[in-house]
Design a protein around this ligand. Structure first.
Ligand code: GLN
Length: 284
């Protein structure tokens, strides 16, 4: 007779299986996969722990376990992730939003209240996570998200609708070659590809290789976008405009050098203590 698998059996088997495959937080991974396959949350798994699973449920679980065991990011397998409390769909065409980027958005929300409508531009919007959360929480503002990738724009548009955000637009644009946006942005924000080609190619983080390369590395020294920003931002902003950029953990000194001629900068640490966010404005 075929073995009967209960929820608890899969949890116990899956956590060991993932641990052997070097997956971090193996129990959490198998719980989230089970939750997705059974369409329930993690707590419910434990209230139904001795329920036998049906063949179609087992085959869904098996397929997701195989994908994760090859180090495909869990967020792609589940199809979404949480960002600033919003559910953001993700697939292999967009970078998975990181917790560090939530700190970037929180800083903007702290500095700019909803009383004054703002014109906000998000450069390299990807899934739209930054643009959508700013539009949602600063709902008098007008947000434009641009990205070089058509398939990313499709994901971003879907996420805006999914989150009921209307004060937002998305356009396909390559900022490096087409950055003649008019000069009245109040807030410019970007989490550009900042991993250098060398670091990217030496990385042993297997999950990274599932994400779009163009969202992670500029295939140069990791500073290409910041040089462009320094060149053009001063002509793009209102007189009290500010920009907010995510940077790599080791780029603060280079960023200072790139921007210092024309801009005043402030660096902010992420929760790991790295200078991760740069905030700036044109020198008065
Ligand atoms: N924070 C990402 C990582 O280190 C990189 C994102 C980016 O290049 N903007 O995996």
């Amino acid at each position: 007779m075929e073995k009967i698998w209960k929820i608890i059996d899969i949890i116990n088997w899956g956590k060991d299986y993932f641990a052997n495959k070097d997956i971090e937080s193996p129990r959490l991974n198998i719980e989230l996969i089970l939750g997705k396959a059974l369409n329930c949350d993690r707590v419910n798994l434990y209230t139904r722990y001795d329920l036998p699973l049906q063949p179609d449920e087992l085959s869904k679980i098996r397929e997701m376990v195989i994908r994760r065991s090859k180090h495909e990011p869990l967020q792609y397998i589940l199809g979404s992730t949480s960002f600033m409390g919003l559910e953001i769909n993700v697939n292999e065409n967009v970078l998975i939003p990181r917790p560090e980027t939530e700190e970037l958005v929180s800083l903007i929300l702290q500095n700019h209240n909803n009383k004054k409508p703002l014109k906000i531009l998000d450069i390299g919007t990807g899934s739209g996570a930054i643009a959508i959360s700013l539009a949602k929480f600063l709902d008098d503002s007008e947000v434009l998200g641009i990205d070089v990738s058509d398939s990313a724009i499709a994901v971003a548009k879907h996420n805006a609708v999914k989150n009921g955000v209307k004060n937002i637009r998305f356009e396909k644009k390559d900022f490096l070659t087409n950055c003649n946006f008019s000069g009245n942005w109040c807030v410019l924000v970007s989490n550009p590809p900042y991993i250098s080609k060398k670091e990217f190619e030496q990385s042993d983080e297997r999950e990274l290789f599932y994400e779009p390369r163009v969202a992670l590395t500029d295939d140069g020294d990791g500073l290409l976008f910041y040089r462009k920003f320094a060149e053009v931002f001063k002509d793009m902003m209102t007189s009290d405009g500010r920009f907010y950029l995510e940077i790599a953990y080791n780029q603060a000194a280079d960023i200072q050098e790139i921007f210092e001629a024309d801009y005043d900068l402030q660096f902010h640490k992420d929760f790991a203590g790295h200078l991760r966010i740069v905030e700036g404005c044109v020198k008065k």
